[in-house]
Design a protein around this ligand. Sequence first.
Ligand code: N0T
Length: 532
Amino acid sequence: SAAMPTVAQAVKESPRIEKKNGKAALFVDGAPYLILGGQANNSSNYVSQLPKVWPALKDIHANTLEIPVAWEQIEPKEGQFDFSYVDELVKQARANDMRLVLLWFGTWKNTSPNYTPDWVKLDNKRFPRITKKDGTMSYCLSPMERTTLEADKSAFVALMTHLKKIDGDQHTVIMIQPQNESGTYGSVRDYSPKAEKVFAGQVPAALLKKKGIAKGGSWSQVFGKHADEYFHAWHIASYINEIAAAGRKVYDLPMFVNAALREPLVEVGPETYSSGGPTHNVIDIYQAAAPAIDIIAPDIYKRDSANYEAALSHYTKHNNPLFVPETGSDTEFARYIFSVLGRGGIGFSPFGIDYTGYTNYPLGGRHINPEGLKPFREKYALFAPMMRDWAKIAYEKPVWGVAEADDRKPQSIDLGGKWKLDVMYGEWQFGLTEWTWLGKFDPVPGREKPNGGVVVAQLSEDEFLVTGVHARLNFGVGDKQKGKNLIFRAVEQGHFENGKWVVDFVWNGDQTDYGLNLTGEPAILKIKLATY
Ligand code: N0T
């Protein structure tokens, strides 16, 4: 009947984060969605720059653009809004078949108020900055000020109201990041008289509960040497939460915050990083203070594998969905998509992906051009054609992933006890690892830096979906069936069509006798294991 919703209408549900069995998925149009992202440079948020953004995203097979919307550009005069950039951005995203994650650059952008309108950033009286311990003024706006919060909130609500109007039926915009790398450098918290008063007061019950602390008290009494940082984190998180919640009330989109990292592997004090931001040691505080935030996300610019993997471990704790909204655009960073997806991540996004000519090297790559972006392109090429399938499988089935480590040594994955997978890095078309008896060969080009990796999903007891690059795979029997010999029932290369696996051809002979070789060419394998 005419009253029945059509299929197209029925699937246009609002994007949302869903969680079950310790896993998380980003649902877009009613089904899990994998963010193969690229974040534009900071100053690419103008209509004139957009034509230089889309080609870079396309060159890496991205499906989602992360890009700023700045408070200064939508509310240049107090109470007067200009959404012309947002309108054009959404229009062009649709024309380029791209989804959007919008980054709200408001009170805190890399902790600073530089993206606030001049009527905010030039009015210290109305919008006070933090007072440092020695009584001098910090650059950073204070989270303790109601006026600032209300002003930011009203701009953000105006943005969300506008998004609902222009995009509430299509959901080109799938997620929002309120603020960017909040916190404060150079002062652990606000020491203004107003803040001091609150600091002397009681720790909120919700925080005590989250921390499992029975006996309340002042911040110093309860948290000792961590009191200053926890206090600041609580107030920034609460501030962001109030803004996010007000925005979600008018238009309910998933929201996340991003962190400028604290050292992942060494204990350092808050005077060395953005104190009060969502660093790994305060994830639980953010969760307690900011229920309107779905994800606490790490911006990872450490190139080395030890730090990178440690950062990922930190941000998968506390039942926090894993999403990497920023990472370096250089070669070494691309491999970590396998670590992220192997940990059940909902998305991955290098930073500075546009052809404006800017690069944040040495945080990212030196050459943001088709050649420089190749490491990302070859990885996204694996997932782009099956991004819905992978997202669904990762939400429902066990998954593992490894990125080639800096030592470039082989790694072994325990696939749940019955089977295991040994991964070694490099490329061979035939035979053993080193054909010493055949003499020396030219090194494989493009393998100067570690760029390999593999992900595996268990489809059923003896069936695995595998993809990766620059790796050789050797499956084996696990501890649970020691003494048996493994044999492939079949190694299928194929693709997904409307959610169904379609076999293109079957690997055998040279392609399987010495391990399964994944090169830089996209190959998705379904492996059926057996024993004899
Ligand atoms: C990031 C980006 C942009 C290992 C830097 C990273 C982006 C912001 N900040 O290009 O500014 O908007 O979120 C801070 C990295 C700290 C240094 C890490 C050294």
